[in-house]
Design a protein around this ligand. Structure first.
Ligand code: F0G
Length: 445
């Protein structure tokens, strides 16, 4: 069928003292012996040299085949777990641009900065990269109903891919905490939307239990097949850099699936000789939802301490008990990485600055720029470093936040008594009578 069949795929527990192996045909999410997270592992046997593969990856973009044109599946030699490539579920995800961002660079104190914009995916976030692989595996296992807990983007993406695959989708979201763009997508793509009276961590716990007790197939990033697709964000980034790694790759951290996937991608690319230098990963969390920052800066890294009531206006990353923290820690060890945390004000201002570069993103994505500014301030990132940040979601995902910032109505507490965010880069609309003279006067034209 395809050259990628030469590599053998299996699941393996990540715990050093366990390493138990499972077949990829088994419906397991964690190790049944020790409860550890699982990796999709390969006995890689690449059909061509790395140099050949690099040109093949690029040439596929010109192909007429849906599979070749996908920015995930054109790298399929890194994803050799699919027995029947004709059953791949794709929406032409990936192939996202990298933009130079001079205003953002200046704001954060570095000489140049680039953004890879995952918000330009079919459903507007990086989740599509992982959902094409996750739903493809769900189809291979014969799943009829897929499920996830979500702060919004995972559910939007899963709903779309499930609809494409003709599967039922059930999404569990924290009631009242999901941005409207995302909620509207899940409804439109036909998912059954269950609003839990609790936070994301409650929803996550419940859906994991339900997936164990029923035939719901779980598509959160604890499912290692999701992370396989998200690896291609970094593979594609390296391709766009001529396979020369930057000094830093910066991304937001919530449930820490993306951090885990990026680490695995870099590890595999380095082992297989696609890159000869490791970039450093920098993960950024919102101050009110920063359990991974706490873990990383503590002397005892053996256990993450969950945060009971995570709080941030960047609802995508309002997560107190990130499922993939062990894989994320491993990613930072592999890449000599760093973790930063940033305030609500810093996130809001950074988001507006990214907008002024003509790029824009959703709040969680803006933690990257705020984090770079912090890490430059503390001397971890240097002014001359080559930095690429990943913008994880589209600016249209959360219009309520954006309008709130620009009209001076953004605050951390829904009952209006909490922290007010200042619109340091606000761009207020101006209201005028429907009268030309007054318009001219207001615009000074
Ligand atoms: N940025 C955006 C826009 C997200 O939607 C998420 C996660 C993250 C960053 C954090 O990524 O979890 O891999 O560390 N959103 C999930 C969701 C939790 O349900 O949509 P992570």
């Amino acid at each position: 069928m395809s050259e990628s069949h030469l590599s053998k795929a299996f699941l393996q527990c990540i715990e050093a003292e366990c390493k138990r192996i499972y077949s990829i045909d088994q419906r397991v999410y964690t190790c049944s012996v020790c409860g550890g997270l699982l990796d999709v592992q390969y006995d890689f046997r690449l059909p061509r040299t790395t140099a050949d593969l690099k040109s093949i990856f690029k040439e596929r973009r010109l192909s007429d085949s849906e599979l070749d044109r996908s920015g995930v599946w054109r790298f399929r030699e890194f994803l050799p777990f699919v027995a029947d490539l004709s059953r791949v579920v794709t929406l032409s995800e990936g192939n996202t641009p990298i933009y130079q961002a001079p205003r953002s660079a200046e704001y954060s104190g570095i000489s140049s900065l680039r953004f890879k914009h995952q918000g330009l995916n079919p459903t507007g976030s990086f989740k599509d990269n992982g959902m094409t692989t996750g739903v493809t595996q769900a189809a291979a296992l014969g799943a009829q109903t897929v499920a996830c807990a979500s702060t919004g983007n995972t559910s939007a993406s899963m709903a779309a891919y499930a609809a494409r695959a003709g599967m039922r989708a059930v999404v569990f979201i924290p009631a009242g905490e999901v941005a409207y763009g995302k909620l509207s997508q899940s409804l439109e793509y036909g998912a059954k939307v269950v609003e839990i009276e609790g936070n994301f961590d409650d929803a996550m716990r419940l859906v994991r239990e339900l997936a164990d007790e029923t035939d719901l197939y779980l598509l959160n990033s604890i499912n290692p097949f999701r992370l396989e697709g998200q690896k291609t964000i970094i593979i594609e980034m390296m391709e766009q850099c001529g396979w020369q790694a930057p000094d830093w790759i910066v991304l937001p951290g919530g449930n820490l699936g993306n951090t885990s996937a990026f680490g695995k991608a870099l590890h595999e690319m380095s082992e297989l000789g696609f890159i000869n230098r490791m970039p450093r990963l920098a993960v950024v969390q919102a101050e009110g939802a920063a359990p991974f920052y706490e873990l990383f800066t503590s002397s005892d890294k053996s256990m993450l301490r969950p945060i009971d009531r995570p709080a941030t206006l960047a609802t995508a990353i309002r997560i107190g008990s990130p499922v993939s923290w062990k894989k994320a820690l491993r990613a930072l060890e592999w890449t000599n990485g760093a973790v930063a945390r940033v305030t609500e004000q810093e996130i809001a201002d950074a988001k507006a600055v990214i907008g002024r570069d003509g790029i824009g993103c959703e709040p969680a994505s803006a933690t990257t720029l705020a984090g770079i500014k912090r890490l430059v301030g503390s001397g971890v990132i240097e002014a001359a470093d080559d930095v690429i940040a990943v913008l994880t979601g589209n600016p249209l995902k959360d219009p309520t936040y954006t309008i709130g910032y620009h009209t001076g109505k953004l605050n951390l507490d829904e009952n209006e008594s909490g922290l007010m965010i200042s619109g340091n880069f606000a761009n207020r609309p101006i209201r005028v009578p429907a009268e030309k003279r007054q318009i001219k006067s207001v615009l000074a034209i």
